[in-house]
Design a binder for this molecule. Structure first.
Ligand code: ATP
Length: 530
């Protein structure tokens, strides 16, 4: 079963070094995160799978890596200076700031309804360019990568001799000064985006829009985010962005958050290329563009069939890597009973949990919201024992739990049962798992076993598969550790290995083991990983 709460994923991501708060040693920076040793591997794997699928496995795509800083005029004619705003309100009571469309007229911090009128707040970060800080010497950190593709449209066309339809793919950083960053990686101020601008003949745009919807859903399924966890939301006309004729938002069913946007697929018409062109009145544009006396180019395509210049329409699938990372981790997350816990142990945990909840209910020092959150979570766990037993750890990590004395007793009861009878496993699709294989020697003080295991690790990693070596515990414990980070295969070198050159390979999901000749390990793993 995938994660039921965001806390489960956040706790695991922190515990195992997938994600760290940025600049934590100075108290952090809100809405900014760093990817740790495992996080960077997972993120790279997601990105390269996206690149492979969208660039290498098609014959109508090129790649691009445009700079983050661009001429300010790009953001004037893209419409961002004018319209990339969120509605900001202030709470007059506690002075906190919120996005008006996120809070339903009531301050989430203090509950006051005494709020200012919403006013537009531009989300682009500014930064100074050059040594002289006058009012003109700034640039924006790009809020999307798309504009780098539009600004290079003529360059790509001239250097690749592409014919319509064709697309340009790009992965890179975007920055948005979100009013209220929250929900871990879901809403942050700095994030990576995977964007495609697909250029088509006007009139074929609707059909290509449908094509990309299907192509993208199929990619999501292939990295472990199944179709039945995504709703396709056909955005209402009144809610469309200024450039869009029609947009499909893919809404993933995030734990705790429910259905939220993970990717937008927009039909941007001829707005972008038209807006960035000179001589707009000669181009026969359909979009209402911003008059542009500054551009040096006409971003058109010469159509030989009709012997005329046209401004291509654009279909844009745009996904955030962080939201993808969170969805992939949530889907992969599982807590599994490996050996049924005896009834009396479960009963003891159930009683300790009830005592904890009673104490929470009676505690008058806790804020009402904190108390309710603990009770709600605790009761959900109590109703789902024994399966939910490992979640007691996340309950005890919630705000306020540390003030409940009997929490210690609950932990003392629950933890040994969780450790002995459950395993947490990230069931990543093997191709995106951060570590592909882990190699263990049966004994860590045996030179032959250690040397062979290290040799296998080195040889596998040379082939491009991230492989780790570990000898810091008993084999069962090492398996659990790898399960928790989603390593699909564990390889153990034992005494038989020294005699016949075979090793045991243990499968993460089935926990089955088989013996494989070490010389065949690479092809064995490659076949399984795909
Ligand atoms: P939202 O309505 O949630 O603010 P949006 O409609 O502004 O999102 P787009 O402009 O369509 O988002 O951005 C494309 C993609 O970039 C989104 O589908 C999402 O995956 C990602 N994204 C956008 N804003 C953020 C953010 N603040 N943090 C993380 N990812 C983001």
């Amino acid at each position: 079963m995938p994660a039921t709460t965001l806390e489960q994923v956040v706790a695991l991501a922190k515990r195992r070094g997938f994600v760290f708060p940025s600049s934590e040693i100075y108290g952090g920076l809100q809405g900014v995160f760093d990817y740790g040793p495992l996080g960077v591997e997972l993120k790279n794997n997601i990105q390269s799978d996206w690149w492979r699928t969208n660039v290498y496995e098609r014959d109508d795509m090129e790649g691009l890596d445009a700079a983050i800083l661009m001429n300010r005029l790009v953001w004037k004619y893209s419409g961002h200076e004018e319209t990339f705003n969120d509605p900001l309100v202030d709470c007059r009571n506690c002075k906190s700031r919120w996005r008006a469309d996120h809070i339903k007229g009531k301050c989430p911090n203090c509950g006051s309804t005494d709020l200012t009128e919403p006013r537009p707040f531009n989300m682009m970060f500014k930064t100074q360019v050059g040594p002289v800080a006058d009012s003109d010497s700034f640039a924006y950190l790009r809020p999307e990568t798309a504009q780098g593709i539009f600004a290079n449209f003529a360059n790509v066309l001239a250097t690749t001799s592409r014919k319509l339809p064709f697309g340009v793919a790009q992965i890179g950083k975007g920055f948005r000064n979100e009013i209220n960053p929250r929900n871990f990686l879901f809403r942050v101020r700095e994030f990576d985006m995977m964007e495609i601008e697909y250029f088509v003949m006007p009139g074929t745009d609707e059909q290509w829009h449908e094509h990309w919807l299907e192509a993208r859903l199929s990619w999501w399924a292939g990295i472990g985010v199944p179709r039945d966890q995504i709703q396709v939301y056909d955005v209402f006309k009144a809610d469309l962005a200024h450039y869009s004729k029609r947009t499909y938002d893919l809404m993933y069913n995030y734990p705790t958050l429910g259905y939220q946007e993970i990717e937008g697929i927009a039909n941007r018409t001829d707005f972008d290329l038209g807006s960035h062109s000179r001589d707009q009145d000669k181009l026969g544009l359909t979009a209402k563009v911003i008059p542009n006396p500054d551009s040096l180019a006409r971003l058109t395509y010469f159509d030989q069939a009709s012997n005329r210049h046209v401004v291509p329409f654009v279909v844009e699938p745009s996904a955030g890597v962080g939201r993808c990372f969170l969805a992939v981790m949530s889907e992969a997350y599982d807590e599994q009973i490996v050996k049924a816990p005896p009834a009396e142990k479960v009963e003891a945990v159930a009683q300790a949990l009830q005592a904890f909840l009673k104490s929470v209910g009676r505690n008058e020092k806790l804020a009402a919201e904190t108390r309710d959150a603990l009770l709600e979570r605790g009761e959900a766990i109590a109703a789902a024992l024994p399966e939910a037993l490992p979640q007691i750890e996340t309950l005890l990590a919630m705000p306020g739990a540390d003030q409940i004395e009997v929490g210690k007793k609950l932990r003392g009861q629950a933890q040994p049962v969780a450790d002995e009878h459950f395993r947490t496993v990230l069931r990543f699709v093997p191709k995106i798992a951060p570590v592909k294989a882990a190699v263990f020697p049966l004994k860590r003080n045996h030179e032959g076993l250690v040397g062979t295991a290290k040799g296998i690790r080195k040889a596998l990693q040379k082939t491009g598969m991230r492989t780790v070596y570990d000898d810091t515990g008993a084999i069962g414990r090492l398996y659990r550790r790898q399960d928790e980070i989603g390593t699909p295969f564990c390889i153990t070198v034992d005494f038989q290995s020294l005699e016949d050159g075979t090793v045991t390979v243990r499968d993460r999901d089935s926990m089955a083991q088989e013996r494989v000749a070490s010389g065949e390990l690479e092809s064995y793993l490659r076949e399984k990983i795909g």
